[in-house]
Write a protein that binds this ligand. Structure first.
Ligand code: AMP
Ligand code: MG
Length: 699
C-alpha cells in the first residue's frame, strides 16, 4: 500500500491553549513526497477535529491516499477492553469512550470518567494522576497508591519503547493517559465519518485510502533536537520532521514499518526501526551533495596562480556535515550551525567591580562622610534592604548593587569607624560599578554561524546561560598513502623502499584541526585495490586526503580512477613546492590528491586542504594569520609562481632552511612556519620584511 500524503498529529489532553501558537497544544503537519507544509497550530480539540476532518475530505477529493498518524495509544494493555466493554474488539473501547467523554474547550470529564472506570475494577486503579484540586473518590493522585487492579502496567509496545509512559497515568510531565481518553472519541468519530474509506492499524488490514496509525515522535528525538531551529516550538518541529521523513521514505520502507502482527493493544509505527527512521530524519536536513564538477577549473597554457585556486575552492565548497546539538564541554573546535544569541544579560544585574562601600553617587570634592547601614552585600548574597541617602553599605566584588546604591568607593580609600566611613571625593556616579548588560545584552548575537568554537567562547556562552549549542558534526577525514614503495614505519624495509611519512603527518594535522581522523592505510599501485579502499572510504569519511600518485606518471591510479567518475580536475598550481593536485569526487566525497613528496604534501595540505576542510566542516573560509618580519636571508625568485620556504624565527628575524630541496623532510620539522613569497619576481635582502605564517596559524 502506498500513500500520497502523510499527516502527523501531536494531540493534547489539556484545555484550550489560546490563539497564539504555544507548546503542548495540538500541532499537525502534512507532507507529500518528502516536502512538508508548514506545521499548523490548533488551539483546542474541537478546532483540531474540524481541521483534520476537512483536511481528509480535501485529500480524498483530490484522489490522494492518506496515512494519518496520531501520537497516543490506540488501545489499552491486554484484558482492559474485555473488562470494560465485555468485548475483545478494540473499537468497542473507542465507542465506549466516545459515548461518555464530555469535552469542551475549557472543561471535560476525563478525571471523573477515569474514576468511574476504576470503580468497576478490583483494588485501586488502574488509572491514576487526578490533576484536579478536588478529590475524586476512585482516582488516586499517586501511582504507588494503586493496588490489585489486575491490569498490566504497559502495553507490549510501551515495554519496547524506551521512555514511553503507561496509559494509566493521566497527569504529570510527559503523561499520555489524558490524551488517550480525549483522543479515542475523536478517532471513533473520524472512523464513522469516513467509513468505509478508513482502516486503523494494526487492528485492520490497510487496504483503504485512509490509514490511521499510532505514532510516537520520541522515536526520532535525536533528529528533532539536532535539526530544531532556534526559537521554533518543538511540537511544531517534530510533527513537521516526522511527516517529512515518512513521506520521503520509499514505499517498501513504509511497508516494513507497517508490517506488524494484528493485535488489540495497538502498536507504535516505527518501533523496532528507530535507527532507520532517525537516520532518514537526519538526512532530511542534510546539505545537498557536492556537484561532480565542483573542482573543474579551466587549465590554460599557464599554471594556475595559488589565489585563483583558493578562490575556486572558496566558491565551490560548503558545509557537508549534519547538525547536532551538543553540550558546551564537547564544543571546542566545532563549527556553529547558527548564530548564537545571549539568553540573558551579562552581568544580569548591576554589580560591584571592587570590594568597598556602596552609596548613591556622585561624591563631592573634599571629605565625604557616610553613615553605615547594618549588613553587607556579597556576591550571591544580595543586601535585601534599601540604602538611604547619606548612608553606605559594605559591598564585595560581584555583589548586586542594593537599592539606593550606584557608586562604590574602594575599601583602600576610606577610613572606617564603627558607625561610618569617610573618604576624599570627588567620585563620579557609577564609579567602580558594572551596569547590567554592559558586557552582553540579552538577545544580542554573540557568535556567528561558521565560527570555530574556542575555549574562550565557552566562558562567554556559559556567562549568558547557554549550555548547549547547535554545531556541525565533526568532519570525518580519511587519510590514505599510495605507492608500492611505501612501508609501514617499524616494518623492515629494503633500500628501495621508503617509510610512509605522509600518513602520520597528515593524520596528525587533521586531528590538530579538530576533525575525526580515519586512517585508511596504504594503497599499493594497483587500481582494483585502490578502488576498493576508496569505496570503503566514501562510506566512512566526509573527505579523503591522499598522497602520492598525483602526477601523470604510469602508476597514477588515483587520477585514473577519478577520471573515470568524470570529476577529476588536475590542478597545475604555480607554486613551489608542489606537483599537480588531483582533485575529484569519489561517490560524492571530495578527494584531495596531494603530492607524494612529504614537503609538498605538507605545504599543499596547509595551503589548500586547511581552508577547504574548514569550509566542508561548516566553518567560514579563512586565510592563515601571517606576520611581516625582517628576513635574515637573501634570495632572488622568479616571476610567476608563489614560493613557500620552511622558516623559523630567531631573535625576531626570519631564517629559512638552508636547502630548498623538496625531499628534505627534516626541514619541515626544523621550521616553525612558512615564509610565503608572492607570485611576482623578488630580490630579498637581509632586513627586508617577509610574510611569515607560523604553523600555529593553521589551527
Ligand atoms: P608520487 O607523487 O607518487 O610520484 O611520489 C613522489 C615522491 O614522494 C616519491 O619519491 C615517493 O616515493 C614519495 N612518496 C610518496 N608517498 C610518500 C609517503 N607516504 N611518504 C613518504 N614519501 C612518499
Ligand atoms: Mg607514487
Amino acid at each position: 500500500m502506498t500513500f500520497d500524503t502523510f499527516l502527523m498529529v501531536d494531540w493534547s489532553g489539556g484545555n484550550d491553549r489560546g490563539a497564539a501558537p504555544k507548546k503542548d497544544a495540538i500541532w499537525v503537519c502534512a507532507a507529500r513526497s518528502g516536502t512538508a507544509d508548514a506545521p499548523v497550530y490548533l488551539r483546542n480539540r474541537q478546532v483540531a477535529e474540524t481541521w483534520i476532518a476537512a483536511f481528509l475530505h480535501s485529500e480524498r477529493a483530490a484522489g490522494r491516499r492518506v496515512l494519518a498518524g496520531f501520537d497516543f495509544a490506540f488501545g489499552y494493555p491486554e484484558g482492559f477492553g474485555k473488562a470494560l466493554t465485555g468485548s475483545d474488539d478494540p473499537f468497542a473501547v473507542w465507542d465506549w469512550f466516545a459515548a461518555r467523554v464530555v469535552d469542551a474547550p475549557d472543561s471535560n470529564n476525563r478525571f471523573d470518567l477515569a474514576g468511574e472506570i476504576n470503580a468497576r475494577f478490583a483494588g485501586v486503579g488502574p488509572f491514576w494522576g487526578n490533576g484536579l484540586k478536588r478529590d475524586i473518590p476512585d482516582l488516586p493522585r499517586k501511582g504507588l497508591a494503586r493496588t490489585d487492579h489486575n491490569m498490566p502496567e504497559k502495553r507490549a509496545a510501551e515495554r519496547l519503547a524506551k521512555g514511553a509512559f503507561a496509559v494509566w497515568q493521566l497527569s504529570g510531565a510527559g503523561a499520555v493517559g489524558s490524551q488517550v481518553i480525549m483522543g479515542l472519541p475523536m478517532l471513533a468519530r473520524l472512523r464513522d465519518r469516513f467509513a468505509p474509506e478508513v482502516a486503523v492499524w494494526p487492528f485492520e488490514s490497510l487496504d483503504q485510502p485512509i490509514a490511521i496509525v499510532e505514532i510516537w515522535p520520541s522515536l526520532i528525538a535525536r533528529a528533532v533536537t539536532a535539526t530544531q531551529p532556534e526559537g521554533e516550538i518543538k511540537d511544531a518541529h517534530q510533527v513537521m520532521l516526522l511527516a517529512q521523513t515518512l513521506s520521503g521514505l520509499p514505499p517498501r520502507d513504509i511497508a516494513k514499518l507497517l508490517d506488524v502482527p494484528r493485535n488489540a493493544e495497538g502498536w507504535i509505527l516505527g518501533l523496532g526501526h528507530k535507527a532507520m527512521l532517525e537516520e532518514a530524519a537526519l538526512a532530511q536536513h542534510a546539505p545537498p551533495p557536492l556537484k561532480n564538477d565542483c573542482f573543474a577549473m579551466p587549465q590554460g597554457a599557464t599554471w594556475t596562480p595559488v589565489d585563483e585556486a583558493l578562490a575556486h575552492l572558496q566558491a565551490q565548497l560548503y558545509g557537508v556535515t549534519l547538525d547536532e546539538v551538543i553540550p558546551l564541554d564537547a564544543a571546542t573546535g566545532r563549527f556553529l550551525s547558527e548564530d548564537v544569541t545571549a539568553k540573558r544579560a551579562h552581568p544580569p544585574a548591576p554589580n560591584a567591580a571592587v570590594d568597598g562601600y556602596g552609596f548613591a553617587g556622585p561624591a563631592a570634592a573634599g571629605v565625604n562622610r557616610l553613615k553605615l547601614v547594618d549588613g553587607r552585600a556579597a556576591a550571591g548574597a544580595p543586601y535585601a534592604g534599601v540604602v538611604p541617602e547619606g548612608y553606605a553599605v559594605r559591598i564585595l566584588t560581584g555583589a548586586n548593587l542594593p537599592t539606593g546604591v550606584d557608586t562604590i568607593v574602594l575599601q583602600e580609600d576610606i577610613r572606617l569607624t564603627a558607625q561610618d566611613i569617610s573618604f576624599h571625593g570627588p567620585l563620579k556616579r557609577g564609579a567602580n560599578a558594572r551596569a547590567a548588560g554592559e558586557d552582553m545584552a540579552a538577545g544580542q548575537i554573540i557568535l556567528q554561524q561558521g565560527r570555530k568554537v574556542t575555549p574562550a567562547d565557552l566562558g562567554m556562552l556559559a556567562s549568558v546561560g547557554i549550555g548547549k549549542i547547535k554545531t556541525r558534526q565533526k568532519l570525518r577525514v580519511g587519510v590514505l598513502s599510495t605507492g608500492d614503495e611505501l612501508r609501514e614505519v617499524g616494518a623492515a624495509a629494503t633500500s628501495a623502499q621508503i617509510y610512509d611519512a605522509n600518513r602520520p603527518m597528515l593524520c596528525a594535522l587533521a586531528a590538530q584541526w579538530g576533525y575525526d581522523v580515519i586512517d585508511l592505510g596504504r594503497a599499493p599501485d594497483d587500481r582494483a585495490r585502490l578502488q576498493g579502499i576508496l569505496d570503503d572510504a566514501a562510506v566512512r569519511c566526509d573527505v579523503i586526503l591522499t598522497s602520492g600518485g598525483a602526477s601523470a606518471g604510469d602508476e597514477d591510479h588515483m587520477s585514473a580512477l577519478l577520471e573515470g567518475t568524470g570529476s577529476l580536475a588536475l590542478w597545475r598550481i604555480a607554486m613551489k613546492p608542489g606537483r599537480p593536485l588531483a582533485m575529484g569526487l569519489w561517490k560524492g566525497k571530495p578527494v584531495f590528491g596531494l603530492p607524494g613528496n612529504p614537503v609538498a604534501a605538507m605545504v599543499c595540505a596547509l595551503v589548500f586542504a586547511w581552508p577547504s576542510l574548514a569550509v566542508l566542516a561548516g566553518g567560514e573560509w579563512r586565510r592563515p594569520q601571517h606576520y611581516l618580519l625582517p628576513a635574515a636571508f637573501e634570495k632572488s625568485k622568479k616571476q610567476g609562481r608563489r614560493e613557500y620556504l620552511r622558516a623559523r624565527i630567531v631573535d625576531g628575524q626570519v631564517h629559512v632552511f638552508p636547502s630548498e630541496g623538496s625531499g628534505r623532510v627534516s626541514g619541515l620539522s626544523w621550521a616553525t612556519g612558512l615564509v610565503e613569497l608572492s607570485d611576482t619576481a623578488q630580490k630579498i635582502a637581509p632586513g627586508d620584511l617577509v610574510s611569515f605564517i607560523p604553523y600555529g596559524s593553521f589551527d
